[in-house]
Design a protein around this ligand. Sequence first.
Ligand SMILES: Cc1cc2nc3c(=O)[nH]c(=O)nc-3n(C[C@H](O)[C@H](O)[C@H](O)COP(=O)(O)O)c2cc1C
Ligand code: SF4
Ligand code: SF4
Length: 263
Amino acid sequence: MTIFYFTSTGNCLAVAKKMGGELVSIPQVVGGGTQEYQDDVIGVIFPIYGFGTPKMVRRFITNARFAADYTFAIGTYGNLPGAAMENVAKLAQRRGKSGDIGGFDYAKSLLMFDNYLPMFEVGKETERTKEKNIEENLDKILADIAARRHFVEKAAIGWKIATSLMRAGERFVINGRQAQGYIVDEKCIKCGVCAKVCPSGNIVVDDEVRFADRCEGCLGCVHLCPQNAIHLKNEKSSSRFRNAAVSLDGIIAANNQKEAENE
Ligand SMILES: Cc1cc2nc3c(=O)[nH]c(=O)nc-3n(C[C@H](O)[C@H](O)[C@H](O)COP(=O)(O)O)c2cc1C
Ligand code: SF4
Ligand code: SF4
């Protein structure tokens, strides 16, 4: 089994680690042109952003060709998944028309911790996490996949409309320059961790922390700065989150673009 994953605060990496198989970080393999992968089972695990998939994950799914007996997608989310799973299956299906993936056999969302700081407060989310039955729900998904169950999560019509509106609106808001609005305060010690956890190589740290224009909006740099020196103007919480099953080094290994270049 090969699992492709995208993570910023570790939820998706924690799920991927629990599933096992060969884990491949999407930021390390996404690129131009068609990429072909072969295994008995191939899965994609990603965080749901704005009822949809992160831009980089969309690009990966659009360009990938999977030769597998069984394919699945898991979208982790913190509050509302919208029509993300139905849409990601459709995206893979459209790709399939040219003779490859043919959609996902299984696509399901998994409720986890919500790391979206403009709307959620880390303390309250930590409390709520206990009620989300994360391990129990993940075990059900693992059992489904082990049984090679065919299932694509559908959304009610209202959620489909809300998702379409959100996706349309996103085009005006998400332009790759979001991080340029972040505030780096005096606690910054220029350690460079933010640059290493960035999945799109969007940060340079020299005499200051500079953000380029290919931000995925993942908030990884904000949550994982060891000094808590990066802030959003509209954050609901000054506390930060990292999934406890994942180390900072694990996220750096997944996302660091310089490491990939040096390999
Ligand atoms: C930019 C952004 C948008 C998000 N949008 C949603 C959303 O629409 N619905 C939702 O339930 N959670 C949303 N979330 C929360 C994440 O999907 C959730 O915390 C996910 O498990 C994070 O995975 P990770 O720790 O692997 O990065 C969003 C998070 C970010 C950073
Ligand atoms: S991770 Fe934090 S302290 Fe380190 S360079 Fe980035 S902003 Fe500064
Ligand atoms: S700059 Fe920060 S928010 Fe933007 S992609 Fe990099 S780590 Fe994520």
